[in-house]
Design a protein around this ligand. Structure first.
Ligand code: NAD
Length: 299
């Protein structure tokens, strides 16, 4: 049966190293610790939980952090104003606006309002653009998490077949971007042959591509999308999906993959929870440190 890729353990190890690196950087530069501000609009329980995880991780690695809680009635203009103030605040290195935002606020407008140098989520148009032309920049944390898990599990990607399920601009697309691109670029790519599947990919086509894949990455939020019959024996299966379901009155978090069934076929598999999730939060901390270093170097 498949080897478990223990995201929680890997994330814990990385955070210990990061904590040391941050301490050293603070000492060597005689500067304040990196700082992160999260903007949370409304009271969505999932969003609250994610921000809570991020704040805890910041504490763990020695990043100063703060959450700005706002009411859903906030206007786009007011939110833009808050983001602008954070952009100008020299004590802030990283800004993240937790998505989703209320319907009357344009997420694209808000993401583009964040100073690209402080854009630790990597959602600003400039940063997405740089990623697409293989320039080193702030890259979406989930994509960094997936790549890190693959690398640390010593999974070969060069010339291998990869299927990415999901094409969202924040998750599926950046994952596909990093995996398919050229390793000789400034931002080294992983040289895989990547197929992107999405909601309008017919099931039989998804099965066709998945069966040929050495790595399947699923980022859809569709429970049981990936079943054992579509996995090549020995393949690596990375489950990015997060769905909350009720079982016996209790809320449980599940991924996109039929974990029990697929574990019997795959060579490597990530659990949900405890796989990509904790790694994503860790990569946010790395991005915040990176932003702090760049901002310090430019002053
Ligand atoms: P999204 O709703 O923006 O995108 C979902 C994607 O799934 C779309 O591109 C859609 O075309 C595709 N899709 C839907 N049905 C499909 C099907 N039958 N076959 C193939 N593709 C299909 O969501 P998102 O923001 O991209 O997030 C995707 C999932 O990843 C969600 O479950 C989200 O909660 C989770 N997520 C996890 C992390 C993490 O750290 N683990 C981070 C971000 C998002």
């Amino acid at each position: 049966s498949a080897e478990l890729i223990d995201g929680k353990k890997i994330a814990g190890d990385m955070r210990k190293v990061l904590k040391r690196e941050i301490e050293e950087w603070v000492q060597n530069n005689n500067t304040r610790p990196p700082s992160l501000v999260a903007v949370l609009v409304g009271e969505d329980p999932a969003s609250q939980k994610y921000v809570h995880f991020k704040m805890n991780a910041a504490k763990e690695v020695g990043i100063t952090s703060k959450t700005i809680n706002l009411n859903t009635s906030i206007t786009e203009e007011e939110l833009l104003d808050i983001v602008n103030k954070l952009n100008q605040d020299e004590t802030v290195d990283g800004i993240l606006v937790q998505l989703p935002l209320p319907e009357h606020v344009s997420e694209r407008k808000i993401c583009n309002a964040v100073d690209p140098q402080k854009d630790v989520d990597g959602f600003h148009l400039n940063n997405i653009g740089k990623l697409c032309v293989n320039k080193d920049t702030l890259i979406p944390c989930t994509a960094l998490a997936v790549v890190e898990l693959i690398k640390r599990s010593k999974i070969e990607t060069f010339g291998k077949n990869v299927v990415v399920c999901g094409r969202s601009k924040n998750v599926g697309l950046p994952i596909a971007m990093l995996l398919h691109s050229d390793y000789r670029e400034e931002l080294p790519g992983m040289e895989a042959t990547v197929t992107i599947c999405h909601r309008n990919t017919p099931r039989e086509e998804l099965i066709y591509f998945a069966k040929r894949a050495d790595i399947i990455i699923s980022a859809t939020g569709v429970v049981n999308l990936i079943t054992p019959d579509m996995v090549k024996p020995g393949a690596c299966v990375i489950d990015v999906g997060i769905t909350r379901i009720k079982v016996d009155g209790k809320t449980r978090v599940v991924g996109d993959v039929d974990f029990e069934g697929v574990s019997k076929i795959a060579g490597h598999i990530t659990p949900v929870p405890g796989g990509v999730g904790p790694m994503t939060v860790t990569m946010l901390m790395k991005n915040t440190f990176q932003a702090a270093q760049c901002l310090k170097a430019s002053t």
